[in-house]
Design a protein around this ligand. Sequence first.
Ligand code: UDX
Length: 448
Amino acid sequence: MNPALPAGYKQERKSGVNIAIVGSGYVGLVTGSCLAELGNKVICVDSDAKKIAALKKGIIPIFEPGLEELVINNTRKKRLSFITSIKDAVKGSEIIFIAVGTPPLENGEADLTGIENVARNIAINMASYRLIVEKSTVPVQTGKWVEHTISTYIKRKVKFDVASNPEFLREGSAISDFMHPDRIVIGVDSKRAGDILVNLYKPLNAPMVITNIKSAELIKHASNAFLATKISFINAISRICDQVGADVEEVAKGMGLDKRIGRSFLNAGAGYGGSCFPKDLDAFINISQNAGYNFELLRAVKKINQEQKRFLLKKIKDNLWIVKDKTIAVLGLAFKPDTDDIRSAPSLDLISALKQEGAFLRIYDPQAMKKAKEILPDVKFCKDSYEAARGADCLLVVTEWNEFKELDFAKIKKLLKRALIIDGRNIYDPAQVRKMGFTYVAIGRKGL
Ligand code: UDX
């Protein structure tokens, strides 16, 4: 039995469903391979022929623990295949998930060109009933537009339904998040569509919220916005902690034990990044504005997140005084651990600010350096944390990778020019590192 499967679920389910997933990015690929693992027959579609050719060979374009194994196993078992033609995918699939990107436009709104394109393509190729499911994070009302587009371009007189089934998976734990979700949100406007999706997800044994399409779309936005709010809230508290000499970790612990609050997403640090929170927050602020509501709370959440990066920069300056010509060892590029994703990563803003000040940067990240090399000239990429620390005036932690938590501090101390650690993720025990002779600066922990 594959440990990725929920308890009590037998892998070899007799009746799988034929599914097409359009868009083989993060969400599409994880959704496709997990649904195949559950015994369905899944075709993943992407217009990028190079990506599809690589996936056919089991080469995964992203780093996600467990994903490669799922893709290779399910391809071998002929439950998972990859093609570039939407037409062929639509032909034999009862359920079609749309998981294409919705990148931000300059004004913060989501660009829905990809979704509209796919909807038109599905419409002209549908020969019998199809359920079209939005999986990408989209503005409320997109479901209506998808339905309208399909009705407008449909060629044959066939029935179809549209549904919204937002995905809540996190990078780095995406497979487990998919297989063991806190809840499954199913937004439908017909019983037939609801029954199909309930049946599809039954094996996961998770609570299901069955609602209308617009509410499902809003659940996704509201959830991400709320999580970002929690992070900015604790980051704001960290600023006060620094001022008054309190410890933000203790404050978060004390708050988090209240079941109504919960401890998760109360980790103060360098701010949130990634492909979702920054983009989704902008989109939601826009959606609210268009709906006639000025969501000032979310504007503040965004502002606090931007300020948090400057707060960390100020700490570096407060300790190094002059940054020009200093060498800084930067540990961590990815926007969070267990991913190679550097999209909107706080590390990038910090690196750019430090470079502007004239610092030399020695950088190490366990997974994200390949991607960073494409966009970061004039920095030294190192083979490990120790090489990065060699001759540096300061060790700056930006991502909380486990391997940074287990550094050999005696070795690090010998390698550094000056025993200064600036911990942008509060991963070390202040007493322990100070005992070893380091000057230790963290976020909201002046009280320790
Ligand atoms: C997020 C949502 O969690 C997920 O449900 C949604 O589907 C996509 O967006 P993801 O972006 O993969 O997932 O990462 P997540 O683990 O949520 O972290 C987002 C950012 O917040 C990271 O930069 C992380 O470092 C930061 N973060 C998270 C904090 O700074 N403090 C915390 O306490 C938690």
